[in-house]
Ligand binder design. Structure first.
Ligand code: ATP
Length: 141
């Protein structure tokens, strides 16, 4: 697979695990979080990691956000920050945006501002587990 560049905004459990897997696969990964401790705790999973507020246009410009092939917005609990960040990314011309939504209404707003791929971590993982349980290889469960 050709090397691509990814920016992961929000380094909670979800963002960190997306970043770790991409980094293990040899991709370029920039990590961004407003919280210094989060950045320090996971900086081994990134090509670069910066402390920044993604709701600030200046901060996004200073990391050259529009040059990334894909930006993953992994902020969930702070819905306002999630939406503001996505709106800025859209305005700056970022093409591929993936965003985590905590609930249906959050997801609907993200959809209405043009997010290409919305992830509902609990719902999606629940479906995945059920599908695995239903597969012929899992008869013991
Ligand atoms: P997870 O469920 O993935 O562990 P979480 O429960 O830690 O996530 P979230 O609210 O989803 O919490 O936030 C994920 C990360 O996003 C946190 O590390 C938080 O510091 C970061 N974050 C929140 N707002 C901003 C912002 N404006 N700019 C950058 N990072 C932010």
């Amino acid at each position: 697979m050709a090397k691509k560049s990814y920016a992961v905004i929000g380094l909670g459990r979800f963002g960190t695990s997306v970043a770790r897997r991409l980094h293990e696969a040899g991709q370029e990964v920039l990590g961004i979080d407003i919280n210094e401790e989060k950045v320090e705790a996971s900086d081994m999973y990134f090509t670069h990691a910066v402390i920044a507020d993604s709701t600030e246009e200046k901060a996004l410009n200073s990391v050259g956000i529009k040059n990334f092939d894909c930006v993953i917005v992994a902020i969930g609990n702070d819905i306002q920050s999630s939406i503001l960040t996505v709106m800025l990314l859209k305005n700056l011309g970022v093409k591929n945006i993936i965003a985590k939504a905590l609930g249906k209404r959050h997801g609907q707003v993200l959809e209405s501002i043009g997010v290409e791929w919305i992830i509902y971590p609990e719902r999606d993982m629940g479906e995945r587990v059920a599908n695995q349980l239903l597969s012929p290889n899992m008869l013991n469960y």
